[in-house]
Design a protein around this ligand. Structure first.
Ligand SMILES: Cc1cc2nc3c(=O)[nH]c(=O)nc-3n(C[C@H](O)[C@H](O)[C@H](O)COP(=O)(O)OP(=O)(O)OC[C@H]3O[C@@H](n4cnc5c(N)ncnc54)[C@H](O)[C@@H]3O)c2cc1C
Length: 380
């Protein structure tokens, strides 16, 4: 992968995350996938290194690295364990990102330092049984009462929920206004009226934990709301471009892991009197993988660099997310194919990558929603 144009500090950071991942994450990835969890202490380790705060400024406990360093980190972590990378990016890019961009100074200083040290873990709770791509269908209600709010409803498929300390959740303060009636709230998960369900079983991302959150008469104050009432979610969608850049980097990292696994396999596997790598079909598939991953990475870096330069980059983030996550799915499927029966066995990494990849096309807006966003920009 061509990283020749990375600045020195970027290359050094990439090396450091790569070495940490190779030592502390990759050797455990298969076991954590089977166990359905990874140690929560990993957040504190990443926090102590200053890496959870990579995309956040120093005055809220971040390390001021920016979007490019954050993308480099996501790619390296995903190369080691997609489940770990998922939990980390939901915590940082989505939950902490919403607090940073939409919260008041007081909320930022109260919530972010401990979260970026990895001492308090967050989840991002938007999805519901009836609300996936269609954001306006959110039914969780935040009703005004006694100077604050009472929250009722339910959130589904929430990554980190089984062990998180707090959720940044989307609720409707004015149901008749649809999208414009949605607000964001920060709610601790041990508050009365909040119940977290049992971890849910899923196809992939085995190491990451996910659960349902039920809200039944949960009280929230004005100080728990991020931004003005009714603007929260629309604002979040505008400013949380880091999530799309992270998802794109994530796709590149996971795709690279699958590519490397396939390359190792076809070098070692002997059929027809020589390594499979001598077969033209195999060589061309690997060449196509490398080419598409390179294109995905350059799109991702471009979106991240625009973000760091303070330039408009929403469309580029959507393009990077769309292309990188679809490339990742294609690469993981081809890698499994090249590994044959050996790859199909549960002890192989290729089958884990194949199970992990698909969800990257769902989160942060599915591929169709990204295409819709890109097409709308063409019309403007
Ligand atoms: C492993 C995992 C982790 C997750 N973690 C979280 C989390 O932490 N927090 C959270 O809030 N949510 C989480 N989710 C849920 C995620 O937000 C949703 O998957 C996502 O919003 C898409 O919604 P949906 O899955 O209900 O799909 P749907 O919206 O039901 O879509 C199904 C299919 O229809 C297509 N489609 C929908 N609308 C259109 C349209 N208008 N035009 C064309 N095609 C369309 C979609 O592209 C998709 O292919 C997670 C999901 C998974 C699987």
């Amino acid at each position: 992968m061509s990283d020749a144009l990375l600045a020195d500090h970027e290359a050094q950071f990439q090396d450091a995350v790569r070495a940490f991942t190779a030592r502390e994450i990759t050797p455990h990835a298969a076991a954590w996938d089977r166990a359905g969890r990874y140690p929560r202490e990993l957040f504190a380790r990443l926090g102590a290194l200053g890496w959870l705060g990579t995309a956040f400024p120093e005055d809220v406990g971040g390390s001021g690295g920016g979007s490019t360093l954050y993308a480099l980190m996501c790619a390296e972590l995903a190369r080691g364990s997609a489940g770990v990378a998922l939990g980390m990016y939901v915590h940082t890019a989505l939950a902490c990102g919403a607090v940073h961009h939409l919260g008041s100074d007081g909320q930022r200083r109260r919530i972010l330092p401990a979260a970026l040290r990895g001492e308090r873990i967050a989840c991002w709770a938007y999805a519901e049984p009836g609300a996936g791509s269609d954001v306006a269908s959110v039914r969780t209600r935040a009703r005004r009462e006694g100077g604050g709010y009472v929250l009722d409803g339910g959130k589904l498929y929430i990554t980190n929920a089984p062990f998180a300390d707090f959720a940044v959740l989307v609720a409707s303060t004015e149901p008749e206004r649809g999208l414009k009636g949605l607000s964001l709230f920060v709610v601790e998960l041990d508050r009365p009226g909040v119940t977290v369900g049992r971890p849910m079983e899923k196809l992939g991302m085995g190491a990451s934990e996910m659960a349902e959150i039920v809200l039944d008469g949960c009280r929230a104050g004005e100080a728990d709301r991020l931004g003005p009432e009714g603007t929260g979610f629309l604002q979040a969608m505008k400013v949380l471009t880091l999530g799309r850049i992270a998802a794109a980097a994530f796709g590149v990292g996971l795709g690279r892991a699958a590519h490397e696994t396939a390359l190792t396999h076809v070098r070692e596997r002997v059929q027809f009197g020589g390594p499979l790598l001598r077969q033209q079909f195999v060589r061309f598939t690997l060449a196509d993988m490398a080419t598409r991953l390179e294109a995905a990475w350059q799109l991702t870096l471009h979106a991240a660099r625009l973000a760091d330069a303070g330039k408009p980059h929403g469309n580029e983030a959507s393009m990077a997310k769309l292309f990188a996550t679809e490339t990742c799915t294609w690469t993981c499927e081809r890698a499994l194919h090249l590994c044959g029966a050996q790859g199909y066995m549960l002890e192989s990494a290729a089958q884990r990558f194949y199970r992990d990849c698909k969800v990257l096309e769902y989160g942060e807006g599915t591929s169709e929603i990204q295409r819709e966003t890109i097409a709308r920009a063409l019309e403007a």
